[in-house]
Design a protein around this ligand. Structure first.
Ligand SMILES: [Zn+2]
Length: 95
């Protein structure tokens, strides 16, 4: 995890060559109560959030592509599993 001066949230480390490839899907469209538990720094064009909804957790990716915002989500996991994927994402072992 890299933290720069002036940035309060973590930045993701560069992806390692053998990193785990996450499946990034269209966001869930339904209504649900979501809590955001962790996020990466807003200074980057790609921001990740660790979110809980309906007892499960997932990661949301927000990317700026040519001025347009693209939203993607991972599959949903049990909390422990989601936290380990989140750690791998920050460390560059997953993307
Ligand atoms: Zn930053």
């Amino acid at each position: 995890m890299i933290v720069r001066t002036g940035c309060l949230s973590p930045h993701v480390a560069p992806a390692q060559p053998d990193h785990m490839r996450l499946v990034w899907r269209e966001p869930y469209k339904g209504e649900e109560r979501v809590r955001v538990f962790a996020w990466t720094c807003e200074c980057q064009d790609t921001v990740y959030e660790l979110r809980h909804a309906a007892g499960l957790a997932y990661i949301r990716r927000r990317r700026l592509i040519n001025g347009a915002t693209e939203l993607r989500e991972t599959y949903r996991w049990r909390l422990g599993e989601a936290y380990s994927v989140w750690g791998a994402l920050l460390g560059g072992q997953a993307r």
